[in-house]
Design a protein around this ligand. Structure first.
Ligand code: ATP
Ligand code: MG
Length: 298
């Protein structure tokens, strides 16, 4: 079915990214709550239909590890992309409560399964693996979003600000053009590390400039999980963060790694963690909203 703006009731804002805003919306005809992402584009009208056609592949297949796509429409120079609403939110807003290793393993396994599905079933490289693009719901499901389905859309996105956290693999920074599935494996490793540690592994405050930060990614030995984690977890992250892209394992090998295979399918209570992390996020957001404004200067 087709979705248009008239059928949607706009609810609260879920977040802002480099390309626009994500809003919670209610689709009246179907009674479905959705997340609607507004993407400002820099392009001529003639490309709009090819973007819609490229997005159409998403209607043809589904995975429990990929956020469901409901439809997209255009208004002037913006694309409105409607997808499954994930009530717990993105990983970057959940890991603050701490992530035990079985939960970390479960999240990682879901991510690898999602990435493998994109590659095997849709021939897509994600291109933007990072904690803000890993969404969780209160059922305990973990799903990827914001992958590069439409080449035309990726090319046309107008950046409104440049992020100061790069998940780009070293070979992408130094060679610029090559983007392979191995680059996604690096971004996966960095995302797991951030989720475990609770902060981005190349903190901007440590570097004098974005240039110095990118240079560190290319030139320094890769970051690693501390000794407090199991050898399996540390080894898994180290394999994803090998500086030589060709040495990084394929998804099949990653799924067979003990860090992912040692926990049975229903052994990890992801649901309880997801609910606890979601409640903590909501409490933090409430506290920020109610925080007293800065005292008036006398
Ligand atoms: P970037 O623009 O660099 O990709 P980002 O991923 O944070 O950064 P957006 O993709 O615009 O930016 O998303 C903004 C925020 O909205 C996300 O951080 C996430 O917390 C929230 N969000 C996005 N999609 C959904 C969704 N389907 N359900 C619930 N929350 C979502
Ligand atoms: Mg995103």
């Amino acid at each position: 079915f087709k979705i248009n703006m008239e059928e949607l009731k706009l609810l609260e804002e879920l977040g802002k990214g480099q390309y626009g805003t994500v809003q919670k919306v209610y689709h009246k005809p179907t009674n479905v709550t959705m997340a609607m992402k507004e993407i400002r584009l820099e392009l001529d009208q003639s490309k709009l239909n090819s973007i819609l056609m490229e997005l159409d592949v998403l209607h043809k297949s589904a995975s429990p590890y990929i956020v469901e796509f409901y439809g997209a429409f255009f208004i002037e120079t913006c694309v409105y992309y409607c997808m499954e609403f994930m009530d717990a939110g993105s990983l970057d807003k959940l890991y603050q409560i701490g992530v035990p290793e079985d939960i970390l393993s479960h999240i990682t396994r879901s991510m690898v399964r999602g990435l493998k599905f994109l590659k095997d079933d849709l021939s897509i490289i994600h291109r933007d693996v990072k904690p803000t693009n890993v969404l969780v719901n209160s059922k305990g499901q973990v799903k990827l979003c914001d992958f590069g389905v439409s080449g035309q859309l990726v090319q046309s996105m107008a950046k409104t600000h440049i992020g100061c956290q790069s998940y780009m693999a070293p070979e992408r920074i130094s060679q610029g053009h090559t983007y392979t599935v191995q680059s996604d494996v690096w971004s996966l490793g960095l995302s797991i590390l951030e989720t475990a540690e609770g902060s981005y592994p190349y903190p901007p405050e440590k570097y004098n400039s974005v240039f110095a930060q990118l240079a560190a990614i290319v030139e320094s030995p890769p970051p690693s999980l501390p000794e407090s984690y199991s050898q399996d977890a540390r080894d898994f992250v180290a394999l994803c963060l090998l500086k030589d892209a060709k040495e990084r394992p394929a998804y099949k090998a990653l799924l067979e790694h003990p860090f992912l295979s040692k926990y049975g399918e229903d052994e990890v209570d992801m649901k309880s963690w997801a609910v606890k992390a979601m409640e903590a996020r909501i409490a933090r957001e409430e506290a920020a909203k109610n925080a007293p404004a800065a005292p008036p200067s006398s």
